[in-house]
Design a protein around this ligand. Structure first.
Ligand code: 5AD
Ligand code: SF4
Length: 503
């Protein structure tokens, strides 16, 4: 008798340890989460098993991620479920099931997905068992769904950002359906905990602390595709991190579109700084990172917590977007050039070794070459350790898309090149300042070009390559920064006492 577990009687945190092959899938599914999803995982296991037997090998699945760290984390959740239902995970697109977890922040991300879908179609023609799914930010756009329904009929499953937690249920629907399964929600207030996750790295992990965004920067599609801000309960976040640490994680990255507004809408409100203090107390955890901070609400309390912390990394990603107060206003960013510069000055005064990185957009409607000069001025003054520069992309439905004064392509390109040169020069100078110092680096992987080397990351996010054995991966080691090569270092493991080497 292999069906005698009734999921309705199992506590959420026990579900991950439940033998899914013993779950009774002949009764009706639980109508509460996350038990309901485990029911569908158990059911799906049978479908995957049957089909594996039919095709003569264990079905393989590949999750391909586009876009940001949030998507990377979501992909780990998708992988966790695929593994739980019996797929063998692979990085190769010639798999029995391929999922594209998409990004739509700029139009070129969408175009890339359409292009690659064409390629998947040709693979599917060769492998009739192949299934294709699409999820993530792109699928939250109605125009995308229309296009997929019209011209991409070979896609089997389409779901969005709000219902990703019911992936197991959707997989079952896909196995049972003929043709395309589409399920897109407009928004949600739901956060489902305790679903399986398959981490890409054993020693570090992203942790969602909040979902969505309420800022409505006028160029940005994120609030429309990721919905309103929802914070996770601090207890759930801390429990997840404790579990990860006991499973070998030493570094966490707390993820949110704007972590500085964490906790405002909780039943018992809590600030991001307070959450960080709690995370800091977790024994065995060595490094804490977070992403992204909106400059408009980066508090003094947060600066103090970072300053006093032994674990929070010396890296702050502080998107500028533009250095022109006039453009910032049109972008709805809610700070001026001067306020941004004052904030940076305050951070550097309190924490001099803090690396600051940023995002900048060139070509926002109405931007003149003088506005770009203002942005360049900020870059020169702040001296960013790195800056991601983007050409403005017109996103349907955002206020900026309806603005009349779109900038001609050649003007944008000219401003972009001018900015990029300054960004690269200042970042190179900043990174070079570490030459000859000893810093702690987390060894992350074997170097792609020379397997005698490992690639590691300093607290301030600088990359260093150094000779070392792969048994050191996941360890934090003192590394002497010997040669600066533009944006990275060649170093060597230091034998010196490294008490002063930092996080
Ligand atoms: N065009 C170009 N860049 C954009 N970003 C967000 N929306 C757009 C857009 N419409 C950039 C911002 C943001 C980063 C994640 O992407 O700089 O910080
Ligand atoms: Fe987009 Fe602004 Fe929200 Fe960032 S803060 S996700 S740029 S709307």
């Amino acid at each position: 008798m292999n069906s005698h577990i009734n999921l309705k009687n199992i506590m959420p945190e026990q579900l991950k340890h439940t033998d899914l092959d013993r779950v009774d899938v002949h009764c009706s599914p639980p109508d509460f989460e996350p038990q309901r999803q485990y029911y569908f995982m158990a059911k799906c296991r049978q479908y995957v098993k049957e089909e594996s037997e039919r095709v003569g090998h264990i079905l393989t699945a590949s999750v391909i991620t586009f876009g940001c760290q949030m998507n990377a984390r979501d992909s780990e959740k998708l992988s966790g479920i695929l593994e739980a239902v019996g797929y063998e995970l692979t990085e190769c697109e010639e798999a029995d099931f391929v999922i594209y977890n998409t990004c739509t922040v700029r139009d070129n991300a969408n175009q890339r997905v359409y292009g690659r879908l064409g390629h998947l179609n040709s693979l599917k023609k060769r492998n009739p068992h192949m299934r294709i799914a699409l999820c993530g930010c792109m699928t939250q756009e109605p125009s995308v769904i229309e296009k997929l329904r019209r011209s991409y009929r070979f896609v089997d499953l389409i779901f969005g950002t709000h219902n990703i937690f019911k992936f197991a249920e959707l997989l079952c629907d896909m196995f049972e359906a003929e043709g395309m399964t589409v399920d897109i929600w407009e928004d949600t207030t739901q956060i489902v905990e305790d679903l399986p996750v398959e981490r890409k790295y054993p020693f570090r992990s992203g942790i969602n602390i909040m979902f969505g965004c309420n800022n409505f920067c006028s160029y940005c599609i994120v609030p429309y595709v990721r919905g309103r801000e929802r914070s996770r309960e601090p207890g759930e976040i801390l429990r997840e991190i404790r579990e990860l640490v006991s499973d070998g994680v030493v570094e966490v990255m707390l993820l949110g579109q704007n972590v500085n507004s964490y906790g405002k809408n909780l039943k018992n409100p809590m600030s991001f700084a307070q959450l960080l203090k709690e995370v800091e107390k977790i024994e065995g955890l060595k490094r804490i990172r977070f992403m992204t901070s909106h400059p408009k609400d980066l508090s003094d309390e947060l600066i103090q917590v970072m300053k006093e912390s032994e674990k929070i990394c010396r890296h702050l990603h502080l998107p500028l977007q533009s250095g022109s107060t006039r453009i910032l206003k049109a972008m709805n960013r809610k700070y001026t050039k001067e306020q941004y510069l004052e904030l940076v000055e305050k951070i550097r005064r309190e924490i001099p070794d803090m690396a600051i990185t940023t995002d900048i957009i060139v070509g926002f409607p109405g931007e003149t070459p003088e506005d770009v000069e203002e942005t360049i001025d900020v870059v020169r003054r702040v001296r960013y350790d790195n800056a991601f520069t983007f050409i403005y992309s017109r996103r349907t439905g955002t206020p900026a898309a309806a603005m009349g004064n779109q900038v001609p392509e050649d003007v944008v390109k000219e401003g972009f090149d001018r900015l990029l040169k300054v960004v690269q020069d200042t970042a190179r100078e900043r990174v070079a300042e570490l030459s000859g110092q000893i810093h702690r680096a987390l060894a992350e992987e074997v170097n792609g070009q020379d397997p005698a080397y490992l690639t590691g990351r300093l607290s301030n996010n600088t990359i260093v390559h150094f000779k070392g054995d792969k048994s050191l991966i996941g360890k934090i080691l003192p590394v002497y920064l010997k040669e600066c090569h533009g944006f990275y270092y060649i170093g060597e493991i230091s034998q010196e006492n490294t008490e002063k080497a930092g996080v």
